[in-house]
Design a protein around this ligand. Structure first.
Ligand code: AMP
Length: 216
């Protein structure tokens, strides 16, 4: 038996934060396409160079390389019981590819929490967001500040602001989300897998709502 949960929602809604908490609570692997790309950029791989050219503009990395990267990731042993998928799929082609690859592992997408918030909330959250260099832990200067300025509470590494969290780029990312990812909401709703969650609440409340909805 496997459990694969897809987290859907616009940039800045808190998918990454919630995915990390859910993964710890459920013991499932956390698979974040954005983190995987950022890791490749840090290690200066060919994939990282390619991904950066799209990410810096707020655009999506092409489906073929993204799908291959996720296929490699979920083939690893820590995903044998399933995973929390954070940021993938983001296009209908990725959703179809995911279905096919999970079928190979005798799995399927079991639930799709869809976390929402108004655009003004997203811009405010991404604007104040800081990410840790070592492991991608996420902070916000107002809503979730680290204990020591500029340092990750969990692993002590440096906190930085993502290049693509600049207001101009966030606006493009939200537009790309509306054009390319919103169709997945209807796709998963029709399959009866969509669970709507209000993301404009405190982190702890969103987690409570998520866990309660997933239990059902
Ligand atoms: P995220 O960390 O999820 O906000 O993703 C940061 C950036 O990585 C996005 O703006 C895209 O450029 C790229 N990216 C992440 N996931 C995907 C995906 N599933 N498909 C295409 N591009 C992606």
């Amino acid at each position: 038996m496997t459990t694969f949960i897809v987290l859907l929602g616009p940039p800045g809604v808190g998918k990454g934060t919630q995915a990390k908490i859910l993964a710890e609570t459920t013991n499932l692997a956390h698979v974040s396409s954005g983190d995987l790309f950022r890791e490749n950029i840090k290690n200066q791989t060919d994939l990282g160079k390619l991904a950066k050219s799209y990410m810096d503009k707020g655009e999506l990395v092409p489906d073929d390389v993204t799908i291959k990267m996720i296929r490699d990731r979920i083939s690893r042993p820590d995903c044998s019981l399933g995973a929390i998928l954070d940021g993938f799929p983001r296009t209908p082609a990725q959703a179809e590819a995911l279905e096919a690859m999970l079928a190979e592992f005798n799995g399927q997408v079991d639930a799709v929490p869809y976390i929402t918030a108004a655009e003004s909330v997203l811009v405010e959250r991404t604007g104040g967001r800081f990410t840790c260099r070592a492991n991608g832990h996420i902070y916000h200067q107002t809503f979730n500040p680290p204990k020591k300025n500029g340092i990750c509470d969990i692993d002590g590494s440096e906190l930085y602001q993502r290049d693509d969290d600049k207001v101009e780029t966030v606006t493009v990312r939200i537009r790309v989300y509306l054009e390319q990812t919103i169709p997945l909401v209807e796709y998963y709703r029709k399959l009866g897998k969509l669970i709507e969650i209000n993301g404009a609440q405190a982190v702890e409340q969103v987690t409570k709502d998520l866990l309660a909805a997933l239990k059902k």
